[in-house]
Design a protein around this ligand. Sequence first.
Ligand code: TXA
Ligand code: MG
Length: 321
Amino acid sequence: MPEDQPETLLPDDNGLARAAVLLGQGHVLALPTETVYGLAADARSDMACARVFRAKGRPRFNPLIVHLQDIAGAEALAEVCSTARDLARAFWPGPLTLVLPLKAGHGLSPLATAGLDTVAIRVPSHPVARAVLALFGGPVVAPSANPFGRVSPTTADHVRQGLGGAPAAILDAGPCAVGLESTILAPGLSGIRLLREGGLPSEVVEAMTGPLIPDTAPGTVQAPGQLAGHYAPAVPVVMDSDLSEHAAVRIGFTADQAADLHLSQSGNLAEAAARLFDVLHRAESLALARNEPAIHVAPVPKTGLGRAINDRLRRAAAMRH
Ligand code: TXA
Ligand code: MG
């Protein structure tokens, strides 16, 4: 990893303009979205996409999400069926990614799509991400700005700690409001498959579409964010803990539980989601500093955003150390 620290950019006119220039020059930069910080690069450039994979240590068979300004942008790259259009109209801009069939002449780097005939597209709502997309004027890949397999970043500091000098710059706009990666859906002839639980609760989608198809078919891992052993701190995680283990960093769900850190004050799932990755980053530092062998997390309700919170905790707990 390079020794140099990335340039820090503020979300003002100068910072936004500089971010767009860096993207245009084929550099990678960390950029805030409403879900997590992304490692952004020009989706049409092989060199820029290769830099993203290198910075994250991410296997190249794992495709990236292409970020666009609007549905019209998606229609230029992909076949947007009527189901996809309904989903996009309801939930874009926002924490939803749609996996759609690529159109001929899409112009994306094959590295962005890992050579698949589909593309994952997201229209973010964060004003800073949107401003950079508008100034840059093209499609931008942005996987979460963390080393592959580790906890996703919700602050600029998380990015610095995880990626060191790998990005050319970090656009710092404070903590991300949602705190969980986007929900990934793949509309198809047989229904809508749920590839990743995320910041848009599946119940909210299902209220509009009817039941989603859980993506459980073995051997057909479509979204490697679905791999067991992902999103993991450097210390083993135990979930659904009663927090009675004292030789551990303990994470409570509500503030009245005796613990070192808490996901929320009074059991609000949106607050817990927004804080989850920061709390995991802090717990990891605490465990390393106190030389404690594990991180224990209290049960989190399994509804609404709690689905994605439990999904990330399950994958963190599945990591072999
Ligand atoms: O909220 C988010 O989605 C964040 C922010 C930065 O936008 N990005 C993010 O990207 O989480 P990443 O690369 O960490 O996760 C993208 C997921 C991966 O699990 C990848 O395998 C899946 O999307 N994916 C990308 N293209 C796909 C495709 N064509 N088919 C199925 N899954 C795909
Ligand atoms: Mg990720």
